[in-house]
Design a protein around this ligand. Sequence first.
Ligand code: DX5
Ligand code: ZN
Length: 226
Amino acid sequence: SRTFRIAPSILSADFARLGEEVRHVIDAGADWIHFDVMDNHYVPNLTFGPMVCQALRKHAVRADGTAVPIDVHLMVQPVDALATAFAKSGADIVTFHPDASTHVDRTLQLIKAEGVQAGLVFNPAAPVDVLEWVIDKVDVVLLMSVNPGFGGQSFIDSTLRKAEKVRKIIDASGRDIRLEIDGGIKVDNIRRVADAGADTFVAGSAIFGQPSYKAVIDAMRAELAR
Ligand code: DX5
Ligand code: ZN
């Protein structure tokens, strides 16, 4: 059976207390920390860069000292310089939007050359055809279930069909590739998203918008277990 991962997006955390928020959500059961990088060019919002990732690296640890993967989602254009900078700044996974990169295969190679996992992100209306040509270099496929740029938007249902399609592509590849979904994931829809083939779930407002992060993550896991 698949191992599910929950990746809270710190986009919805308190930016004045990011280190504490990362520790708190890890204590609450987070598997990955999802780090949304926005540049006010590829998306109409602005967040944080490699220096903030580097500063958070030491906070992204469990009580026993083991590191929790930092999953960097680049919503930037151009991609290459920042992809490399994040790979050198404590990121464990770097994903980017292929439509933001001039040379997708090159960008994947740049990330992997740093010893970091690489992934492609597809917007709700974006085709996934490019996977056919680079699947051997991809460790994560991230499907956006909202238009990128903001937390707290509602889940776009066509993502479920896209997830089913990508699940088949991944299984046919025989490679160990995570299928991650990002945007509008809540306790009440996470099971449907898993049924469509996803194994990794980003959730921002659903977790950071509640007083008990653990209650939300536990409820999500209970849904995934049923
Ligand atoms: C949107 C970001 C998402 C966002 C998800 O551009 O990529 O990671 O934080 O937030 P929610 O879970 O609130 O939709
Ligand atoms: Zn994201």
